[in-house]
Design a protein around this ligand. Structure first.
Ligand SMILES: [Mg+2]
Length: 387
């Protein structure tokens, strides 16, 4: 039996937390955690789980995950979830490599040849949306996502609503239906402003509106959508398990689920996709993350029919302007090809494990404890607000 021997955590530019798991037979696998602003807590959680799992059979992935979830008595939360997910991805990577197959071969096999992806434009405080979209179209993407707004108060002016609408209108005017646009409210919009915005935006037939309310307020969606709004609602990037997604599905107001493989884990993401099939709901995996997270998520996208589109982070604002230390996913790969989009698509991975080879020398070279912090936003009068 290959026993788990060691799990090491590496924080690297621009904001990624990579995990390398080794077994006593000398094999290894890679995973990726998120929540960089809480990286010390994430690293601590990974260290706690490592103590529990050292010596365990690395082939028994589900058993390891069940232990991570249950053996601390207290459950849940993004820190424990992402620590567990990173270790789980690494266990799948190691096991599939040992068998010489991509992970998706162990989850039913591929159902497609490539995965359509979308790209971010316009940054944290959206601006220059037409220029951003033009650049993405030139790269081959036909779907973009942008933030609806920067800081947004509980009640805003008609002018603030007009600014949001004007950015969307500018894209429709410039590109017609050659460009599909998803709009991320990012949990920045509170209930009093959601309906006014959705009403004004409906005419532009957005691909979806994302996180129209902040986490914890999803029960408001049924009320907000009453009256026949046709705009698709997407959410779920901060949820961690089937139990949390179950409520969204049974409520029946969400059209697009956005689980993040670095919160749910790889196999749990697959299970969420199968569960969403029963509700005729699309899954568009959230992934503004680094290379290992994207590779893990693509393994699920390869074998799930209800994933029409996938996020990826090449050129995202997180990777450059705010981060200080610029880096892209492909910087950490021995061969960038598996995560290099062509015509706005990523190929189904064919290599063993997660389908990428992480460059350990590059990880060591760019290792840093000085990851830039996510912003700490305030409203003009000084109140803390959602970023
Ligand atoms: Mg989002």
């Amino acid at each position: 039996m290959p026993a788990i021997a060691d799990i090491e955590t590496y924080c690297v530019a621009p904001r990624w937390i990579l995990v390398r798991l080794r077994t006593d037979d000398g094999a290894e696998g890679w995973g990726e955690a998120i929540v960089p602003k809480r990286r010390a807590a994430v690293r601590g959680a990974i260290d706690d789980l490592t103590r529990a799992l050292t010596g365990a059979d690395a082939d028994r992935i589900e058993e390891a995950v069940q232990r991570c979830r249950k053996d601390g008595f207290f459950r849940g939360g993004p820190v424990l979830a992402t620590a567990t997910a990173a270790i789980e991805q690494a266990l799948w990577d190691r096991k599939a490599r040992a068998l010489g197959v991509p992970v998706h071969e162990m989850l039913g096999g591929r159902v497609r040849d490539r995965v359509k992806t979308y790209a971010w434009i316009a940054g944290d405080r959206p601006d220059d949306v037409v220029a951003g979209a033009k650049a993405r179209l030139a790269q081959g993407f036909t779907v973009v996502k942008m933030n609806a707004t920067a800081e947004f108060d509980l009640i805003e002016t008609a002018g603030a609503v007009d600014s949001v609408v004007a950015r969307v209108a500018a894209l429709r005017d410039a590109f017609g239906t050659d460009l599909e646009v998803a709009l991320d409210f990012h949990g920045r919009v509170a209930r009093p402003m959601v309906r006014p915005l959705l009403r004004e935006l409906e005419q532009y037939r957005l691909l979806w509106v994302e996180e129209p309310v902040a986490p914890g307020h999803d029960e408001l969606l049924r009320d907000i959508c009453r009256g026949g709004l046709s705009t698709r609602i997407a959410t779920g990037e901060r949820l961690t398990s089937r139990w949390e997604f179950r409520t969204l599905l049974t409520e029946g107001v969400v059209d697009v689920l956005q689980p993040d493989v670095s919160l749910t884990g790889l196999f749990e993401l697959e299970k969420i996709c199968r569960m969403a099939e029963c509700f005729d709901v699309a899954v568009v995996p959230h992934n503004p993350n680094g290379p290992v997270s994207l590779a893990a998520s693509l393994q699920v996208a390869s074998c799930a029919v209800n994933i029409p589109l996938h996020e990826q982070s090449l050129g995202i604002h997180y990777n450059s302007a705010r981060a200080g230390a610029t880096a892209e996913m492909t910087d950490y790969l021995a061969d960038p090809a598996p995560l290099t989009p062509a015509d706005g698509h990523l190929a189904v991975p064919t290599g063993p494990g997660l389908g990428i080879d992480v460059s350990l020398p590059e990880v060591l070279r760019r290792r840093t404890e000085d990851l830039p912090a996510d912003p700490d936003w305030r409203l003009p009068d000084g109140r803390p607000t959602e970023w």
